[in-house]
Every structure is written in structure tokens, then in C-alpha cells.
Design a protein around this ligand. Sequence first.
Ligand SMILES: *Cc1c(COP(=O)(O)O)cnc(C)c1O
Length: 388
Amino acid sequence: MSQVEQVERGYFGEFGGSFVPAELQNVLDILEEQFLKYKDEPEFNEEFQYYLKEYVGRQTPLYFAERLTNNAGGAKIYLKREDLNHTGSHKINNVIGQILLAKRMGAKRVIAETGAGQHGVATATACAMFGMDCIIYMGAEDTKRQALNVFRMELLGAKVVAVSKGQGRLKDAVDEAFADLVQNYENTFYLLGSAVGPHPFPTMVKHFQSVISKESRNQILEKEGRLPHAVVACIGGGSNAIGSFAEYIPDTEVRLIGVEPSRAATLTQGTAGLLHGFKCLVLQDEKGNPMPTYSIAAGLDYPGSGPEHSHLKTSGRAEYVAVTNEEVLEAFQALAKVEGIIPALESAHAVAYGMKLAATLNEEQSIIINISGRGDKDVEQVFEMLKK
Ligand SMILES: *Cc1c(COP(=O)(O)O)cnc(C)c1O
């Protein structure tokens, strides 16, 4: 076993950093150097903007949800429609950014982890479009539960590797992907899907997802002539939330609110600890082992959280709240019935809290709820739950 190294870069207060074996640290150092080299380069950004527009379909609307507003009774509710992106969620924003970086680094082979399959599908999609080899690591248990998503990735030309080590879940898939990267870093790029992991991943994912708040800030100023009272987003690893918050962080009058499942309430209830090579608020037992979590939204079922969210929480700049599965199911149906929009179960967490919040505010105020994805993937599960 090689020595564990700590890198000073990539800290958000006391959270973040990089606690990984030396050979992996070498690979992450190269990645950081390349990311810093390209992130502000005009040619790189032109290409990024081109694919966001022509392939993903950006910009996404900031939609005034008038009937939902009337239903909630209070502040104007605006929905940032990330569900309208190609592949149906915000994940593709980060995938396009990282794959352009992979191309410049000369990688021929892209690997990624996936839990329920959303990030795997987005990565397989971009690899098909760029003609890259694609390998997706997925827990063996998850490949059984999400057989259709496995087929979808294969249809897109990816190879799905079922990981049966450990519990055969997301955590084991991440471990396998890092092991692959260490072995094959000369031709391989690890395209991580959320604002978690060792530096530079949280910083890089935030950079590419910030397009959400860059757009919404301009859009709300155009529509309302002033900034919103609050921005509300759901939290799994934290990528759609940090992308929705990023441009408002300096605007301290704008409340930033992350919404978690009550039984995976990492930021509301967690304590500082180490997970997957970085420091964050974690749900852990006395021995520091991650605790089992449960959410009806597979994308939010993670015992850790992005390091920047951990810092925004402890510094008081952002607020984190939890909602129950029952509230989420109600919000899922409410948005479908009054606005004709079926949200992902993940996004329905933000809708559930957003509606409660709007009711406490007045008509002069506005809030933005990030609809991170569409709910087509969830209708069968909701059908089964409502039957009971
Ligand atoms: C993956 C996913 C999430 C959770 O991930 P974050 O990194 O917290 O954004 C939320 N919503 C949708 C639709 C997802 O696919």
C-alpha cells in the first residue's frame, strides 16, 4: 500500500482536499494542470458553448410557473428547466466539459461510475458522439435493478462492467473506476459525475455546471429586474445544486437552499469525515464507517456530500433542509397536474421544499427551483408506490 498524501489545493474551508495513494495523486496532478490550462482558453470555451447549444439544446428556459405559484400562494416560482437538456438532466453539462478536456489530453478511452444509470447514459451518449471508447462501472446489484439503463448504455456503444466487489453498489463502482484509472492513465480519462471526489473533481464539475446559474441570473434579471429571494435545488453529491448556486454565492441577499431526502440527510445531520479520498460532512457511525442511506430517488442516495456544500453549510452561506418521501411524492404529482411537467424524483425534492417556502413569502418576491431532470425514468416506480 502506498502512502496517503494530502494536497493543500482544492480546499473549501476545512473540507475537500485529496487523500489518495501516491500513484493516483500523480494522475490527479496532471488532470488539475490540464484543467487549469484549458478552462479559460477561448478556443476551449467556444467549443464547449457550441456543443451546449447545438447538441444539448441550451440555453434552458427559466419558466414562470404561474399555476404552481397560485397553488402555493406567495412568491413567484420560476423553474430552471434542466430537464429539457438532451438525455434529460443536468448531467450532460459536465460530461461535455470533461470530454472536451479528455480529447485535448489525448485520451482514447473514457471511464465513468454510475449508480442508477443517469450519469452512465450521459457519458455513453457523449462518447458515441465523439467516437471514444466508453467503459461504465456499475455495481452488480444496480445492473440488476436498472437493467434497462444497462441496455441503453450498450445501445450507445458503451461497455458496462458489473462490479460485484463489496456490496455491489455505487461506492464499489467508484473504487473500481479509480483502480482502472491508476492502471491505464496514459490513455484513459475518468469522467466523474458529481461535485465530489478528491481535488480537482469538485472544482471542475462546479466549473462546468455553473452554466445553470450563469443563465438563470441573466434570465431572472431580465424577467424580474432584480435577483431572486432564493434558489432551491436538490442534493445528491451536489452538482446540480452547486451549478445552480455558483453565480449567486457573492450575492449574499440571495438565499441558497439545498434539499435532501430525510433518510440521506448528509448536510443536515452529517459530521466531518473522510469518504472516497476527500473530506466532507458524512453520515457515519462511531467508527467512521459510512451509514446506510435510503431515498426513493436513487440519485440522492449517497452518504457523503460535495466539499463545497459542506463548507457553505458550516460557514452559514447556504441552508440545507430535508423533506420526506411522502412530501416528494406529493410534489411530483402536483407539478405534473398543475404545470404539465413530470420532474425526476430527485428534482421533486426541490419542488416540495420550494412550494413550502413560496407560501411563506409575498408576491413581490421570487424564487428559482432547479428542475434537475425529467421524470420519465421514475413513472414506473411511482406507479408501483401509489398502488400501495
Ligand atoms: C444524478 C442526479 C441528481 C443528483 O446528483 P447531484 O450531483 O446532486 O446533482 C439529481 N437530479 C437528477 C435528475 C440526477 O440525474
